[in-house]
Design a binder for this molecule. Structure first.
Ligand SMILES: [Mg+2]
Length: 177
């Protein structure tokens, strides 16, 4: 975990924010019916943070080991820059996302909540996790958010980056007609 000053410096270089999905954009709950996965619960404030990012040219991508139409639907709704599903290995997965979007790893922030995210967290320029991430992840990241997954952790990271990169004022101007 880094100091506020160090976090600001790392966040000021970020051009792309990549999120794991389950346990980061959701509380990790997987709602099943007899046919398989039915629901995931996303947070509207996290979603609005991604809208603010898009309005100000900050790229947002998802990187998940699982594959579901639910994630595709949410990403389309928020017009996210990139979605990578079925990525069992998050380290190479993050490298591929960065290559596709032509953003260096050093200018990329990544948020994950479990041990399979560690390779991606160790490669990126700014690493973050929700408050309820596993201990092994909490011990390795630059930023442990005060809010849990699916309840504002993503928004916390996005607000930090939007403010540190000078995008916040521009985002606020777009809240007026
Ligand atoms: Mg996860």
């Amino acid at each position: 975990v880094k100091s506020q000053g160090e976090l600001q410096a790392l966040a000021s270089r970020v051009a792309l924010v990549v999120f794991d999905v389950d346990g980061v954009l959701t509380d990790g709950g997987l709602w099943y019916g007899p046919e398989g996965e039915l629901h995931k619960r996303f947070d509207v404030k996290d979603g609005h943070g991604m809208v603010l990012a898009r309005l100000t040219g900050l790229k947002v991508a998802l990187l998940t080991a699982r594959t579901s139409a639910i994630v595709e639907t949410r990403a389309q709704e928020l017009k996210l820059t990139h979605v990578a599903q079925g990525q069992r290995y998050k380290g190479p997965g993050l490298e591929a996302v960065c290559a596709a979007l032509e953003v260096p790893l050093s200018a990329t922030a990544y948020m994950g909540d479990d041990v399979n995210d560690v390779p991606a967290l160790e490669r990126c320029g700014l690493s973050a996790c929700p408050a309820d991430a596993v201990d092994e992840v909490r011990a390795r990241v630059h930023l442990v958010c005060s809010r849990p997954g699916g309840r504002g952790a993503a928004r916390e990271l996005l607000d930090l980056v939007l403010k540190a990169t000078g995008r916040w004022e521009s985002a606020m101007r777009q809240m007026e007609p």
